[in-house]
Design a protein around this ligand. Structure first.
Ligand code: PMP
Length: 394
């Protein structure tokens, strides 16, 4: 990226975690232009179009266990749709269940439904009186000093068991970010928690909804982060990297079982749709992006990228000025010591002076580079970060 003075930056956070291949990808540019020559926009309400059908097929081919796609506009509105689907599913299955279970520290977007299942005090506390009914369990990623990820997962599994034992028949869905709570500062957690959430949702007749808006499209390695745990969710939300950052588009993926509850009578329909749902240009961008993701073996590339970045970051993590590095694939949070107000912000500003664009989440500096970042750029990114930390955190 270049600023208005022509200074060059390496974008180490993929804009807001979206530019899969970096800024501008010739194949995606061409796909959008080709689509523009055919159809600019056409409503998806009660109608369909070729790029939308093609994208649904591509998404489902990448997602064993899920069978249907419902489009939305951005991550928040996909979550909103997923919550409504989960509740309506319970109604149409014969027992309305008005309660959602979610994790503390969660972030699922800024609309009121998404805020209801969020747990970040700064963003969410003000709206509590307006929100849906929820039960919160602790973040499996927030470990006490000396505690292992498995021990912390076991603690939160107990909490979840207790919530479900007490109120499970009221719960329509357990909603969570799989494997890593991103906006909370890349709080990674053990796969055993995800497996337990799957089992408990099934045991109590609730749905498991995984929010893969941040983690999807190979960001953590496998195409979806829930695949680390070998589970299948009932609902999956995705957005962000789905169009490689070109245009807004998101989706909810669901099982045939969930979908079938919406058939058979007009009043069973899921009445939810926005003007720009499944915009054809966005679908064309997403189709080209997913084609490249498969052709270029993004999961394989992220495995290599993640391992190399982990090696490069080791000496950074050894510094006294760094509290912890949390990483899953190409999602990385470097938590720096809180030496004064806005330390993380200052570290990012110091990195920017060195030509690397990063963003903080509190005292955690986020590295979410394009998934095809070359070795020289990886070196530049980590060197700039190390120098910035040494300059600021003293
Ligand atoms: N879910 C998760 C896990 C996210 O990280 C985000 C955005 N950071 C959202 C939902 C909301 O997406 P959007 O900003 O596109 O509405």
């Amino acid at each position: 990226m270049y600023d208005t003075d022509g200074r060059k930056y390496l974008d180490g956070v993929s804009s807001l975690w979206v530019t899969t291949f970096g800024h501008r990808t010739p194949e995606i540019d061409a796909a959008i232009i080709a689509q523009l020559g055919k159809l600019d926009h056409s409503t998806f309400l009660g109608a369909t179009h070729t790029p939308g059908i093609e994208l649904a097929e591509k998404l489902l081919a990448l997602t064993p266990g899920l069978d249907k796609v419902f489009y939305a506009g951005d991550g928040s509105s996909a979550v909103e749709a997923g919550l409504k689907i989960a509740y309506q599913y319970s109604v149409q299955s014969g027992q309305p269940r008005p309660l959602f279970v979610h994790l503390s520290e969660a972030y699922h977007g800024d609309t009121l439904g998404a805020v209801s299942v969020g747990g970040m005090k700064l963003f969410h506390a003000t709206y509590r009186p307006l929100l849906l009914k929820t039960a919160t369990v602790g973040s499996p990623g927030l470990r006490a000093p000396g505690q292992t990820p498995v021990e912390r997962a076991a603690e939160v599994i107990k909490e979840l068991e207790a919530v479900m034992a007490a109120q499970g028949d009221q719960v329509c869905a357990i909603v969570l970010e799989p494997m890593v709570q991103a906006a909370a500062g890349m709080l990674t957690y053990d796969a055993s928690f995800l497996r337990a959430a799957r089992e408990l949702a099934t045991k109590y007749g609730a749905l498991l909804m995984v929010d893969e808006v941040a983690t999807g499209i190979a960001r953590t390695g496998p195409m979806w982060a829930h695949q680390h745990a070998g589970i299948t969710p009932d609902l999956l939300t995705c957005g962000k990297g789905i169009t490689a950052g070109y245009l807004p588009l998101s989706a909810v993926l669901a099982t045939d079982e969930v979908y079938s509850a919406f058939l058979g009578a007009p009043e069973k329909t899921f009445f939810h749709g926005h003007t720009y749902t499944a915009n054809p240009l966005a679908c064309a961008a997403a189709n080209a992006n997913l084609t490249l993701a498969v052709e270029r073996d993004l999961p394989g590339q992220v495995a290599v990228l993640g391992a190399r970045l982990a090696d490069l970051l080791k000496p950074v993590g050894d510094r006294d000025s760094v509290v912890e590095i949390r990483q899953l694939g190409a999602m990385i949070g470097v938590e720096v010591a809180n030496v004064r107000h806005r330390t993380g912000f200052e570290v990012c500003r110091a990195a920017r002076k060195r030509g690397v664009w990063l963003r903080p989440l509190g005292d955690t500096v986020i590295l979410m580079p394009p998934l095809t970042l070359g070795e020289a750029e990886q070196n530049l990114m980590v060197e700039a970060l190390a120098e910035a930390i040494d300059e600021v955190v003293r």
